[in-house]
Design a binder for this molecule. Structure first.
Ligand code: G3H
Ligand code: 13P
Ligand code: ZN
Length: 309
C-alpha cells in the first residue's frame, strides 16, 4: 500500500483494454466513498485534485486524507493534480508529494503548449513524478461542434504524435467531443471515434486520457429534480461510448460531475424526506454510500477495471 505514480497503472491498463477511473476529490466523504468502491472492486485508482479543490479544502487536508485512505484501505492510490494551469502549481504539487500532475496548456498555441509541458516534464521527472498534458480543446457546453469546426478544436492526430515526441509527456488528454459539467450535448451525443482511432494508431504506447467523461446519470438528475433541484436537460456521455473509447487507448477516465450529482441527489432526497434532521452525518453518510455504489458501477460495468489491481 502506497502513494504510487500512474505509470504502471496506465501501462497495464493500455495493454489490457481497461481504464483507470480518475475521480475528483474535494472532501472526506467523497474520498471515502470512492476508495470503498475501489477496494470492493479491487481496482486501480487515481484521486485527482483541481485548483478549485485546493482552494476549497486546502492542499494539506486533501493530501492527509488521501494518505489516511491508503492507510485505512491498504490500496495503492495515485494522487494527481487535475488541470494545472502553469508551471508553478505543478511544481508546488510535485514538491508537496503528488505522484502525478497535469499541465493543461491546451489554451496556448501549439509551440507554447510544447514548451510549457516540456518544462513541467523536466521538473516532474527529475522528482519521480509523471505528467499528463492536453492537446485540443474540450467542446464548449453551448455547442455540438459542427463538422467543419471540429478540426479547429479537436485534437489533431499528427500534432498529438509530434507533441508526445517533443515533450516526453507520460499521458495525453485529447479532445474528441466531450466537455466538462452536466450539459455536454444539446442534441444526440457525439464522440469522434475515427479521430481517436487515428491518434491511438500514431501513438499506440501513449496512454490517452478522456476528460469530461461523466455520463450525467439520469437516475441522479431525476432525483435532484424530483426533490427540489432545477437541472433540466442535463446530458453526459453515454456509458457505452466510454467503454468504446477504452478500446482505443483511453486508459484514464476523468469523472467529477457524476460524483457531484450522486452526492447532491442523496442529500436533496434526505432533506425532503427527513425535514427534522440536522446532524450532517445523517445525510453525508447516505451521500457517501451513493458515491460508493456509483463508482463501483463505473469500475465494473464501464471501465472494465474490477480485479485489475
Ligand atoms: O475539470 C473540472 C473538474 O470537474 C474540476 O472542477 O474546478 O470546479 O473543481 P472544479
Ligand atoms: P466531468 O465534468 O464530465 O465529470 O469531467 C471531469 C473532468 O474532466 C475532470 O478533469
Ligand atoms: Zn478535466
Amino acid at each position: 500500500m502506497a502513494l504510487v505514480t500512474t505509470k504502471d497503472m496506465l501501462t497495464k491498463a493500455l495493454s489490457q483494454d481497461y481504464a483507470v477511473g480518475a475521480f475528483n476529490v474535494n472532501n472526506m466523504e467523497i474520498i471515502q466513498g470512492i476508495v470503498d468502491a475501489a477496494g470492493a472492486e479491487n481496482a486501480p485508482l487515481i484521486l485527482q485534485v483541481s485548483a478549485g479543490a485546493r482552494k476549497y479544502a486546502k492542499p494539506a487536508y486533501l493530501i492527509k486524507l488521501v494518505e489516511a485512505a491508503i492507510e485505512d484501505t491498504g490500496l495503492d492510490i495515485a494522487l494527481h493534480l487535475d488541470h494545472g494551469e502553469d508551471f508553478d502549481i505543478c511544481k508546488k504539487c510535485v514538491d508537496d508529494g503528488f505522484t502525478s500532475v497535469m499541465i493543461d496548456g491546451s489554451k496556448h498555441p501549439f509551440e507554447e503548449n510544447i514548451a510549457l509541458t516540456k518544462q513541467v516534464v523536466e521538473y516532474a521527472h527529475a522528482h519521480g513524478v509523471v505528467v499528463e498534458a492536453e492537446l485540443g480543446k474540450l467542446a464548449g457546453v453551448e455547442d455540438n461542434i459542427k463538422v467543419d469546426a471540429r478540426s479547429a478544436t479537436f485534437t489533431d492526430p499528427q500534432e498529438a504524435a509530434e507533441f508526445v515526441e517533443k515533450t516526453g509527456v507520460d499521458s495525453l488528454a485529447i479532445a474528441i467531443g466531450t466537455s466538462h459539467g452536466a450539459y455536454k450535448f444539446k442534441g444526440d451525443p457525439y464522440l469522434d471515434f475515427d479521430r481517436l482511432r487515428e491518434i491511438h494508431k500514431l501513438i499506440p504506447n501513449t496512454p490517452l486520457v478522456l476528460h469530461g467523461a461523466s455520463t450525467v446519470l439520469p437516475e441522479f438528475v431525476n432525483l435532484c429534480n424530483k426533490y427540489g433541484g432545477d437541472i433540466p436537460g442535463a446530458q453526459g456521455v453515454p456509458e457505452e461510448m466510454i467503454s468504446e473509447a477504452v478500446k482505443y487507448g483511453v486508459c484514464k477516465v476523468n469523472i467529477d460531475t457524476d460524483l457531484r450529482l450522486a452526492m447532491t441527489a442523496e442529500i436533496r432526497k434526505h432533506f425532503i424526506e427527513n425535514p427534522a434532521d440536522f446532524d450532517p452525518r445523517k445525510y453525508l453518510g447516505p451521500a457517501r454510500t451513493a458515491i460508493t455504489n456509483m463508482v463501483a458501477h463505473k469500475i465494473k460495468n464501464v471501465l472494465n477495471a474490477s480485479n485489475k489491481r
